[in-house]
Design a protein around this ligand. Structure first.
Ligand SMILES: C[S@@+](CC[C@H](N)C(=O)[O-])C[C@H]1O[C@@H](n2cnc3c(N)ncnc32)[C@H](O)[C@@H]1O
Length: 280
């Protein structure tokens, strides 16, 4: 039976902006976090593999360094971990029509609802995180009927599934993490949709292809690095939707996109995170 190491940051008062701590978990390899308000805590989980304990110790030190009162770690058996996620991950309405439903939950969809059924496994992307929600809102606002969409950094495949269900004719999902690609393929099956999905770094595999929409919910530094190459992957008038940007980094991402010749069309913010739609 496999197990997980739970690292938990404890706070005297719930931070107004959780993003520095969520970002720290992400940097140390825990993309999904669980938050509680009473008491204020934030947890992430490492599969108990070689090196995980050392990684957990480094993360604990970093959490305290950036302001958590203390950070603890415990070993959580697989079945308890699955139960924890199930308690936290509930059906959630996003934007006008989208509903993200965990595969183990029931939900009475309203007429016109677009349902995304998910089991995120270890991959990022449940709709619980603002960066995913903001991306979905920006995506839903575009006319996708018959369009082509590339999701670079697909995680659980949540955005790619949404793109197909919102009418896109061709969808490609890539991630540098093999596990994410496997989870995304499973989630495609769960939703009865299909899209191309494979391991790739950045936009390398998009070479020579132009898309109506490119989605990138990845950290700011990667977005800034990718920005100069984006226009060559967009059709004229195509969109680049970016997310995963901590508010302080937004001016640098905006400047990089504008230098690449992209025009800001829409900008959304939630809990210290920014997402935006740029148009070529
Ligand atoms: C924040 S998650 C987003 C997941 C999902 N698209 C969502 O919106 O919830 C970022 C994903 O991008 C992947 N990623 C990070 N850097 C990447 C890169 N340079 N190229 C491709 N994928 C990358 C990570 O493995 C992770 O699955």
């Amino acid at each position: 039976m496999s197990a997980w190491i739970e690292v938990k940051a404890w706070f005297d008062q719930a931070p107004e902006d959780w993003s520095p701590w969520i970002d720290a978990f992400d940097r140390f390899g825990c993309p999904g976090t669980l938050q509680t308000d009473q008491p204020p805590t934030l947890s992430g989980f490492f599969p108990e593999l070689e090196g995980a304990r050392e990684q957990a110790e480094c993360l604990k030190r970093e959490l305290v360094r950036i302001g958590a009162r203390e950070a603890t770690s415990t070993v959580v058996p697989e079945e308890d971990w699955a139960e924890l996620w199930k308690q936290h991950f509930k059906p959630r309405r996003i934007g006008q029509r989208l509903v993200v439903r965990p595969s183990w939950e029931e939900y009475d969809a309203a007429p016109g609802d677009v349902e995304i059924v998910l089991d995120p496994g270890q991959a990022f992307g449940t709709g619980e995180h603002p960066t995913t929600r903001l991306c979905l809102e920006l995506l839903e606002a575009l006319e996708l009927q018959g369009k082509s969409v590339a999701d670079v950094g697909c995680g659980s495949g949540i955005l790619a599934v949404a793109a197909v269900k919102l009418g896109a004719a061709r969808v490609l999902a890539t991630d540098l993490d093999l596990l994410a690609v496997e989870v995304a393929k499973e989630n495609a099956g769960r939703n009865g949709v299909s899209f191309e999905c494979f391991v790739a770094e950045g936009m390398t595999e998009l070479a020579g292809q132009r898309w109506d929409v490119v989605l990138s919910n990845i950290i700011s530094a990667t977005l800034i690095r990718l920005a100069p190459g984006v226009p060559e992957h967009l059709v004229p008038g195509g969109c680049w939707i970016v997310s995963g940007i901590i508010e302080n980094n937004w001016p640098d991402v905006l400047a990089a996109a504008e230098r690449a010749g992209l025009k800001l069309e829409r900008h959304l913010a939630e809990d210290g995170w920014v997402a935006a739609t740029f148009r070529l």
